[in-house]
Write a protein that binds this ligand. Sequence first.
Ligand SMILES: Cc1cc2nc3c(=O)[nH]c(=O)nc-3n(C[C@H](O)[C@H](O)[C@H](O)COP(=O)(O)O)c2cc1C
Length: 379
Amino acid sequence: MLARLAADFERFGREWPRDFATHVREAYRIDLSARYLGHALRHPFGKASGQLSLNEDQLEADRTAGVAFVVLKTVIAQDEAGARGMEAWAIHETRMRVERRAAADGREGWTVTWNGRGWDRPFEDYLALVRLAAEMTRSGTMVAVPSVKYHLPRLDETFRDPEYEFTTRRLVDAWGEDGLPLEKDFSPTLAGDALGDEQERILRWIREVPARIRAGAGTRPVRLALKLMNARFDDAFQRRMLEAASGADALVVFNRLWDSDRRVAYGGWDLSDRNLRVLAAARTLALPPLSGTGNVVTGRVALEYARRGCESVQLHTFFQLPLSEYPAAAGTRQQRALHALVFHPRDGIIAGMLDLEASGVLARRGGELRFLDLAEQRP
Ligand SMILES: Cc1cc2nc3c(=O)[nH]c(=O)nc-3n(C[C@H](O)[C@H](O)[C@H](O)COP(=O)(O)O)c2cc1C
């Protein structure tokens, strides 16, 4: 198996196969099937919401590479007149810096530094992208899901329901007949904002937002993932956020950390360490299905998220590294990233699953090792 893996790593680094998940199943008897927000996926690797899911070209390249799912850039909700409670999040910024970032324990990782926030073009343009996402999802080639940031009030304020209604209805109409899958983003900039200062305020949002969105959709069903932030409080509070999120159909855990000195969101090993630590501590909670995000830079990190209950993972930074950082000699960034995540002989998901088998953590069923068995082992 290891010799085969080395050979596949070498050849797929030159030419990426069209359907790698089927190859993995046939060659290694490893079933990479995964899940996100009720959708069956061919494998667990998806693209997280951000600057890499803004347009049709990016989606096409994701689909060609075989990315399992994509979350579109977050749009800022508006009411019919175009008013937006979260207007401050709709700023335009193009410059991103992909940088090294050392974790507290010294490990070198990567982060993308960027001062922008949400979708900064007209809402109509976003709806056109949602129509395309719906077509792709229905055609079965790639799941693509919109993301929204809705108005979030202070404790003495009410939710701006007209924003919830107008935005959700337009998204539901653009998506079409079957239920709209939707991510609601609680972002690190929110954690860094004065709005994110109060624990009770954050918990109220998490408790009440799902019902607001569903009410906004009227009689049409919405499948809702809440993408929780890393608040500026301790691990115990992260756990309270998880407990408050029972109204969601899935949780994305957890968006980036906030650097209050530099006033930027960041990732790297501090992010995955915190996320994995909180998820491990929350293992006994009954939670909606989980999708992991944060510093998934190897197949092995993806498996760590899976062992803490995640049925899929969403990456941003690893799809944006300098080309020289990927071991593949050819292909798009998406292809090169998947190549490393899946076939790397030491750090890829195949090598990782074979190790879990060898150490007795994962057993074959019907002759196959199954990725989803890891998440389902969660007590
Ligand atoms: C430049 C940039 C823009 C992002 N924009 C969004 C966004 O609009 N909505 C959102 O939910 N997450 C956003 N994120 C967070 C990512 O989706 C992802 O969850 C996070 O970066 C952790 O994954 P990573 O460590 O693989 O980058 C953004 C991240 C980056 C780096």
